[in-house]
Design a protein around this ligand. Structure first.
Ligand code: S3P
Length: 185
């Protein structure tokens, strides 16, 4: 798909996926990038590669502040990219500078899901330090982040959607319709 095929409100150099943990940013991003023939970057994975530590290890050994500065450094580099689908960590865009720079570099797409659905999807996993702990605290974090996620150019409620449906929805919204050939991919 060439860039000229995109029907866009703003210059569409990249697609940036934001939203709370467990909303499907990485799975959707990977598939979306494949269909578009773009590259894919998952900020958590990139930070793990750069530091040689898992996200959990970074939090455990160095704390959240260190993780957030790794995110900040990465975003500063990512904003130069084009034709890239970027799946951010749930907290990446809490830093207004990160939001601003990413929003300048492409279309911001929020994947939304209510907390119950998020627990159903990833509640059993232990690779998210900020999803551990008591439910009230997590609920508070979820609530607090919603106004930030709502600033996106496009918001998709993923509650009853599979990964492919979300991918197609993004393509439809951004491109203004998807051909049969693409839909079959
Ligand atoms: C975080 C989300 C995680 C990861 C880290 C912190 C957050 O990414 O960056 O555990 O603050 O919401 P996912 O959203 O990909 O789970």
């Amino acid at each position: 798909m060439s860039m000229s095929e995109f029907k866009l409100r703003k210059e569409n150099k990249n697609i940036i996926l934001v939203g709370f943990m467990g909303t499907g940013k990485s799975s959707v991003g990977k598939r979306l990038a494949k269909i578009l023939g773009w590259s894919f970057i998952d900020t958590d994975v990139e930070i793990e590669r750069l530091t040689g530590l898992s996200v959990t290890e970074i939090f455990r050994r160095h704390g959240e502040t260190r993780f957030r500065s790794e995110e900040r450094l990465l975003v500063r580099r990512l904003k130069e990219r084009v034709n890239c689908v970027i799946a951010t960590g749930g907290g990446t865009v809490l830093n207004p500078l990160n939001w601003e720079e990413l929003a300048q570099s492409g279309v911001m797409v929020t994947l939304y899901a209510p907390l119950d659905v998020i627990y159903e999807r990833i509640g059993y996993r232990n690779d998210r330090p900020l999803l551990r702990g008591d439910r009230e605290e997590i609920e508070e974090r979820w609530e607090k982040r919603q106004p930030i996620y709502r600033q996106a150019d496009l918001i998709i409620d993923t509650t009853d959607m599979g990964i492919d449906e979300v991918v197609q929805e993004i393509i439809c919204e951004i491109k203004g319709g998807v051909s049969d050939e693409r839909a079959e991919n």
